[in-house]
Structure formats: C-alpha cells, structure tokens
Design a protein around this ligand. Structure first.
Ligand SMILES: C[N+](C)(C)CCCC[C@H](N)C(=O)O
Ligand SMILES: O=C(O)CCC(=O)C(=O)O
Length: 497
C-alpha cells in the first residue's frame, strides 16, 4: 500500500481498548485496532494468520481473517483498497477522549500523506499506558515512553517557562498536581503533542523537541564523529586556511566541524606569533586562564614543574587532568625550532575507548567507574607562587543515559597516589588501565605531524591525546587552552551540535 492509501486508512482508524492488554476476545470484537508491540505479541501468541512485524502495526479484519502490518512510515504495506477495514466510529474520532483508569487509548496519527514535515519527526502514534503514568509517543522509528510528571515539568507554556530568558518558572507544586491528562491529541500535521491536564492547563510539545530532550536525548556531536586511526586521516588532515577561518562564518564552521568530527583542526597561514595565535582562537571563544596563564609559550628551559618544559619525549596524554573540569581545547603553534625531533603525536582517544569497549567490555566498565586522582605539584619559585592541584575523575566518562563517550582523562604522568580504588579491586583496575594504554600505544593509531611556524593546531583535549618525540635545539611552542563549555557553546550556537 502506498503511504497515501495508508494515510486514508490510518486517518479512519482508531480503537478504544479496555485493560492493559488487548485480549483475544475484545480484539476480535473490534473491526479495527491499532496496536503496539505487546499487543502484537499477544496476536502472535494467538497465532493469528498475519504478516508479522516486530514494530507497531496495523491490524484489520480481512475477509474474516486478521492481517497485520506495520504502519511505519517506511513500510510499503501490501493491501488493496477493498481490504480497508470497516472502521468503528466512536468518541475517539472527535479529537480527544477522557481517560478512565485502566483504559488504554490507541489513536492513529492522521495525514501521513499530506505531510510536508520530515516523516522521521512526526508523532506517528500516541498511546497512554494502563497505569496512567506515561504517554507513548512514536517518532519515526523511536518509541518514547514519557511519564506525565516529566511532561508537566517540561511544559513550555508562559506559566512555566520564560521564553525571553529561556528559563523555567519552577513549579513548586509539581508533585501535588493531578498528573493525569484529560485529553491527548496530535497537533500540526502529526508534528506535535497536546495535553490538556485535569486542572485545565494545556501543554504542547513538538515531536522534534521531545525526541531531542527526553531520555536519552543527545550527548551532542556523536552523530558527526568519525573515529580515526592515522591511515584514515594522514593523507588529508582536517584543516582550514587562516583567511577562511578569520574572515568567514563558513571558515569558522569548518574549523568547528573538524573539531567535532575528528577532534583536531589545523589552521594554515596564520601569523607565526603569540598574538596571531590568540586572534585565531578568539574566533572560537575566550582563552582559558589556568596555572600557565592565558596565552603561553614554552621551551626546554625547565621553567615549570613539568616534563613539557624539557626536550624529553612525551607519550600520548590529555592535559590538565588534575583539574575538575579539564581544558576543552589544546592549542599549539611552533614558533621556532632549529634542531631535530620534536614531532607532534596525536591519537584519537575515543577510537581507543571504542576498541577497548568492543574487545574488553569489562575493562571498559572498570575505567568508566574507577575514580583516578591526578595532580599538579609545583614548589614556589620565581615563575610560580606554588601549586597543588588535585582532581578526582574517571578515565572514561560516558553519557549517563546514552552511554556515548563524552570524555577521556588520560595522563599517566600526572596520576596522583591511587587512594580511590579499594585494595581488592586494584588488580582489576591496573589490568584495565594497562589494556587501554596498550591500545593507545599501537602504531596504527599514531598520527605524527611536524608543526611549523604559521600552522595553529587545535586539539579537542577531551577526546584526542597529544604527545611529542624527543628533540634537541631551540624549540618554542606557543598556545593556550580553550574552555570546554564555551567552545561547545559556540558550536551549538552555529547549529553544529
Ligand atoms: C601546555 N603547557 C606547556 C602550558 C603546559 C603543559 C602541561 C602539561 C601537564 N602535564 C598537563 O597535563 O597539563
Ligand atoms: O612539546 C610539545 O610539542 C607538546 C608538549 C605537551 O605534551 C604538553 O604541553 O602537554
């Protein structure tokens, strides 16, 4: 069946079914019923002859037999107009229905055919479950079971939300309210949901908004990420010209997209200076001040209490792991080098995490849970008032709802005494850390670049690790950190996340 035929059919289809399940008898007493996954199983158990589909389905009487198929927008349902169900007319058609206890409303979405909206963003079905606690909204392929308390808490009407400031007007009585809707309906050509509550208040939500904001929501950037080994990226490094980056929105967008997709971006043709580097990064956001100041430069002069200020090689790591919120982006430009070595190493930490998750899920879990302290200790000296920073964080941070990787905190140089893992779990922790370290150290993951004056390198310090080979000669690297919240905010404002 074509979508337009399906639309006519669906337009006329609905049913009110009592009880949590559509029982065999009341199912058979209906001419037509739209049903959910559980009902489908019921059907199957009753071995109704039908075209079985594991998703939401349409079920109709057909020459005395029952048939079933998906009403999913992608499905081409093989049926003929003559097989259209005889639709049972009842109050549901009027647009809304009063819900009593243990009454299950199953209402068809209308006008599949007339939609100019993206089908994937339509509320294609609404269903209220038996215990009256949640509404089931199907958006494209996704079924969201949204508790009424959440919907009421997220009501965007003027009463509960200030659209001028984008802030909530908190509802202190939320839990005292009768959180059962009187009426539910689909609005605006299936793109939204309207709830009229028992106290008369009305809330409206667009399907798109529900999809983006209800559990698990979006961790952000995940869809656009491309995990890499060096071979995937070395022939065509993510880059943008200084002129594009500085002068056009499109250029800046490209810089940020590269950071979201690959976790790195080179800006070519920049002035080989601290100020020139600052101008590049300030297109993105303000510089993050840390114990190293705002814009900094370093060489092998042992000015600070860190191996970075030597010519020694450094394995892949992320920076500022000793801060509760590690720096968001690491920026480097090589201003001078008249010696050998000193190549920059880059490793995609999210690719390493993904590899660990797949090959050793137990180790992955351990590193998501075990809190690993990091620290930066520096005695007072002419360059420093003295510092002792100390942080508690996990090596891997995953999104609490979706499980998507959000952050890698990995710096074996800056680990503080491990007093956060119980003695009996130590062996398991060390094994897991070792597994990840070995994946990170694999040659195929290592991207080596020799930075030269005029190229600014931006690295997502929550994802991509950096390091360097040992060097000699005079080498000056300048750069800064950019705060995580602000660069991500810029990407959101530009519509990239
Ligand atoms: C970049 N800059 C040379 C200023 C500081 C380097 C600090 C390196 C330190 N181990 C850390 O992880 O933060
Ligand atoms: O010297 C370099 O190229 C990198 C130094 C480094 O790893 C750091 O500053 O964290």
């Amino acid at each position: 069946m074509k979508l337009s035929d399906m639309a006519r059919l669906v337009h006329r289809s609905c049913a009110l079914v009592k009880g949590n399940f559509v029982s065999r008898s009341n199912l058979l007493s209906k001419d037509t019923v739209l049903f959910n996954h559980r009902t489908f199983l019921t059907l199957k158990n009753f071995s109704v002859s039908s075209k079985y589909h594991s998703k939401c389905g349409l079920h109709c009487r057909r020459n005395g037999a029952l048939s079933a198929g998906s009403i999913n927008s992608e499905t081409t349902y093989k049926s003929k107009p003559s097989l259209l169900p005889v639709v049972r007319r009842n109050s549901v058609f009027a647009g809304g229905v009063s819900l009593g206890p243990r009454v299950c409303l199953i209402k068809a979405a209308r006008s599949f055919h007339s939609s100019r909206h993206d089908l994937a963003q339509e509320v294609s079905k609404l269903r209220v479950n038996g215990n009256d606690e949640c509404v089931e909204v199907t958006v494209g392929q996704q079924v969201l079971r949204i508790p009424f308390v959440w919907l009421r808490d997220h009501c965007r009407s003027e009463r509960y939300y200030n659209h001028a400031t984008y802030q909530k007007n908190p509802d202190a009585e939320l839990l005292e309210r009768d959180l059962v809707p009187d009426e539910l309906s689909v609005t605006d050509g299936n793109s939204g949901l309207r709830i009229t509550w028992r106290d008369g208040h009305t809330s409206e939500f667009s399907a798109k908004w529900l999809q983006e904001n209800f559990f698990p929501g979006r961790a952000g950037g995940v869809a656009g990420r491309r995990l890499w080994n060096s071979a995937d990226i070395q022939s065509e490094l993510p880059r943008v010209s200084h002129a594009e980056h500085m002068e056009s929105e499109a250029g800046l967008r490209k810089t940020l997209s590269n950071l979201i997709t690959h976790g790195i971006c080179l800006v070519d043709g920049a002035p080989a200076s601290l100020d020139g580097t600052q101008a590049v990064v300030e297109r993105v956001c303000f510089v993050q001040r840390t114990i190293f100041g705002e814009m900094w430069s370093f060489s092998s002069n042992a000015a600070r209490s860190d191996t970075a200020y030597t010519g020694i090689a450094l394995g892949a790591h992320t920076d500022t792991t000793y801060m509760d919120l590690p720096a968001g982006i690491q920026v480097f430009q090589c201003l001078e080098h008249n010696g050998s070595g000193g190549k920059t190493l880059l490793v995609d930490g999210f690719r390493a995490i993904e590899e660990l998750r797949q090959t050793n899920p137990e180790a992955y879990d351990v590193l998501c849970r075990a809190v690993v302290p990091h620290e930066y200790v520096e005695d007072p000296c002419p360059h420093s008032p003295g510092y002792h920073l100390h942080s508690l964080g996990t090596v891997i941070q995953a999104h609490p709802a979706s499980g998507e990787t959000i952050q890698l905190r990995f710096n074996p140089y800056d680990r503080a005494p491990l007093n956060t893992v119980a003695p009996e779990s130590l062996e398991q922790f060390y094994r897991a850390y070792d597994q990840l370290s070995r994946i990170i150290a694999r040659k195929e993951g290592e991207l080596w670049v020799k930075l030269t004056p005029g190229t600014v390198l931006l690295v997502d310090n929550w994802r991509v690790m950096h390091g360097r080979s040992a060097y000699d000669g005079h080498r000056v690297i300048c750069g800064c950190y950019l705060p995580r919240d602000e660069w991500i905010s810029k990407a959101r404002v530009m519509g990239l996340l």
